[in-house]
Design a protein around this ligand. Structure first.
Ligand SMILES: NC(=O)C1=CN([C@@H]2O[C@H](COP(=O)(O)OP(=O)(O)OC[C@H]3O[C@@H](n4cnc5c(N)ncnc54)[C@H](OP(=O)(O)O)[C@@H]3O)[C@@H](O)[C@H]2O)C=CC1
Ligand SMILES: O=C(O)C1=N[C@H](C(=O)O)C[C@H](O)C1
Length: 233
């Protein structure tokens, strides 16, 4: 595959290495000051850029009929707009808040646990995410997906980073040097605590997942998620 990298920072560089190892070619490495020159030669584009540029990058790909994978977080209020644009252009689009296999399994585990705990009112849920200090958005996209998984399977209605009301899930975001991404869910009662936790040891898992998603998207039309790519039920 010929790949356009939209965003050539920490993630873009790991994705480049893994893509080359898997026999792909990079035809565009775009940072903030670069144009889209080279995009037309690409079979697929992979966007790991910044919250403010994701919508423009995705729109440009869909307008140019290039399948697009986006891992950029912090722009989700415009997700439905991008879905509509993809459908209008009959394009191909995958957004994932987290492309690692481990976190996608963790999403399933989180939903299952939330459903089980929804009958047990003596437990109160809360979440913690820890990332490196360069991260621009908080809470992380992964934490928002995890909160959504709890909301869909319990009485909780929303999440907050402030003091939570009864119907709100509290998310604490910590920023510590060199942490690739750690997410924990806690269920606390007066007598005990249940904790589930995913710890990324590096960015390799995110990057491999994005390249696997790009390979999977070839020849397909529509809007998909990592659940489709990994065939998770
Ligand atoms: N879904 C997932 O699995 C994961 C998602 N992420 C997300 O991916 C994103 C990138 O993370 P990371 O690589 O660590 O961030 P970095 O800050 O290291 O890299 C961001 C890159 O985007 C570039 N950029 C800025 N504006 C544009 C633009 N208009 N077009 C194209 N590129 C642009 C920056 O260029 P310049 O240097 O010139 O400013 C830089 O190269 C974040 O939103 C992060 O949350 C991260 C890991 C996993
Ligand atoms: O910015 C990061 O680094 C990460 N961002 C994603 C997120 O916001 O969830 C995924 C991963 O946790 C790393």
């Amino acid at each position: 595959m010929k790949i356009a990298l939209l965003g050539y920072g920490k993630m873009g560089k790991v994705i480049e290495r893994i893509a080359l190892e898997r026999g792909h070619e990079i035809v565009l490495r775009k940072s903030s000051n670069d144009t889209f020159e080279g995009l037309q030669q690409a079979d697929v584009a992979i966007d790991f850029s910044v919250p403010d540029s994701a919508v423009n990058n995705i729109s440009e790909c869909l307008a140019s009929n290039i399948p697009i994978i986006s891992g950029t977080t912090g722009w989700l209020e415009q997700y439905n707009e991008m879905v509509a644009l993809c459908n209008e252009k009959k394009g191909a689009f995958i957004y994932g808040s987290n492309f690692s296999l481990g976190v996608n399994i963790f999403f399933e585990l989180n939903a299952y646990l939330a459903k089980m705990m929804s009958h047990l009112k003596e437990y109160k849920v809360s979440m913690e995410e820890i990332h490196h200090t360069q991260k621009l958005d908080a809470p992380s996209g992964t934490a928002i997906s995890l909160a959504q998984g709890i909301i869909e399977n319990s009485h909780y209605a929303s999440w907050t980073m402030e003091t939570p009301k009864d119907s709100e899930i509290h998310i604490e975001a910590k920023r510590i040097e060199n942490i690739p991404g750690t997410h924990s869910i806690f269920y606390d009662s007066d007598v005990d605590q249940i904790e589930i936790k995913h710890t990324a040891h590096s960015r390799e898992g995110f990057a491999l997942g994005a390249v696997v998603a790009a390979e999977w998207l070839m020849g397909k039309k529509g809007v998909f998620t990592m659940k489709d790519v990994l065939n998770l039920t």
